[in-house]
Design a protein around this ligand. Structure first.
Ligand SMILES: Nc1nc2c(ncn2[C@@H]2O[C@H](COP(=O)(O)OP(=O)(O)OP(=O)(O)O)[C@@H](O)[C@H]2O)c(=O)[nH]1
Ligand SMILES: [Mg+2]
Ligand SMILES: [Zn+2]
Length: 301
């Protein structure tokens, strides 16, 4: 195990501040520290690492990424994960989801070149019709859309999502309490992801996921699900204001405008605004576009 051996190639399956859990191609796991002070490895990264002992190692380099899903707020960039095949945005009938957050997650994925789908969970609850209605514009956009009850109908949910998830690396994203960890526990044996039941006996409050974690659903390690903490803020500072509409497929489809640099807010001859007026782009999506655009135009760098 000398440092002069060829470096191993591993997959980052979890990160905790200054140390990472890295899995090699045989499925062995190592607690790894980065060589330098700073490390920018994220879950899903392929890294070159040197074994330091039977279960420890040193990350020497991060391999080039195929893609990176992240958000950028005013003060910080938060990477979700790298090298993803797809994103599953999980929303629920309860808690009622913010459409703005949903749009932002989809824009982040689109701009990173990662295909996305939406799953509506907790369809056993009343309020399902209202939630479904709020998602209608997304269905109309051609986004893949699932309806599940991960806890109330385990078999049905597995049958609904299983084929889409098979042999892909899927990042599961959504606000807190939508059922992301419940999904992991449904599909991954022995995952024991903490689920937000309130523990009354221990009076310990809700269990909420605090770190991003990679799970294989099968022994052959062909299908992966990545659990993540629920987010509140979802900044898109990484996106150029003038390009924002390009990452919203329904706006893009109608961006046949008189001015080539139209920002689709007040210009005459704007195809996007015409489509909003004709009901071909949902009013709420267009309003959210305006809000995000304003936020991006306000940025000071
Ligand atoms: N009624 C109903 N409740 C569900 C269903 N699926 C999950 N839940 C409940 O929703 C709550 C939150 O589930 P979690 O899986 O912890 O949610 P999470 O998205 O991982 O939440 P964070 O880790 O905080 O981001 C738990 O009490 C689950 O039991 C469902 O199909 N129906
Ligand atoms: Mg969770
Ligand atoms: Zn326009």
């Amino acid at each position: 195990m000398s440092r002069f051996n060829a470096l191993d190639l591993g997959l980052v399956v979890r990160g905790h501040g200054r140390h990472y859990i890295v899995e090699d191609s045989d499925g062995r796991r190592f607690v790894c520290h980065p060589r330098g002070k700073k490390s920018d490895a994220v879950v899903g990264d392929q890294v070159r690492f040197a074994e330091a002992s039977a279960d420890e190692g040193v990350i020497e380099a991060v391999e080039p990424r195929r893609n990176l899903l992240f958000r950028q707020d005013e003060w910080k960039t938060k990477s979700f994960a790298a090298n993803l095949d797809q994103l599953l945005v999980l929303v629920a009938v309860e808690p009622v989801f913010s459409e703005s957050q949903l749009c932002r997650a989809l824009i982040a994925a689109e701009s990173a070149g990662i295909r996305a789908a939406i799953a509506l969970n907790k369809t056993d609850l009343p309020g399902t019709d209202a939630a479904r209605e709020r998602l209608a514009p997304y269905r109309a956009m051609g986004l893949k859309m699932f309806e599940v009850a991960l806890k109330a109908d385990r078999e049905g949910s597995r049958a609904t999502l299983g084929p889409w998830l098979a042999e892909q690396r899927t990042f599961v994203l959504g606000p807190s309490g939508t059922g992301k960890s419940t999904l992991i526990n449904l599909l991954v044996q022995d995952a024991q992801a903490q689920v937000g039941e309130i523990s009354q006996a221990l009076n310990s409050g809700r269990h909420t996921t605090t770190t991003t974690q990679w799970y294989w659903t099968d022994d052959g390690r062909t299908t992966a699900l990545i659990d993540s903490p629920g987010f509140q803020e979802f900044g898109l500072r990484q996106i150029d204001a003038a390009e924002l509409w390009r990452w919203m497929p329904d706006l893009r489809e109608h961006a046949d405008c008189r001015f080539h640099n139209c920002c689709h807010i007040h210009e005459p001859g704007c195809g996007v605004r015409a489509a909003v007026e004709a009901g071909r782009i949902s009013a709420s999506r267009y309003r959210i576009y305006g809000e995000i655009l304003e936020e991006l135009q306000r940025k000071t760098w």
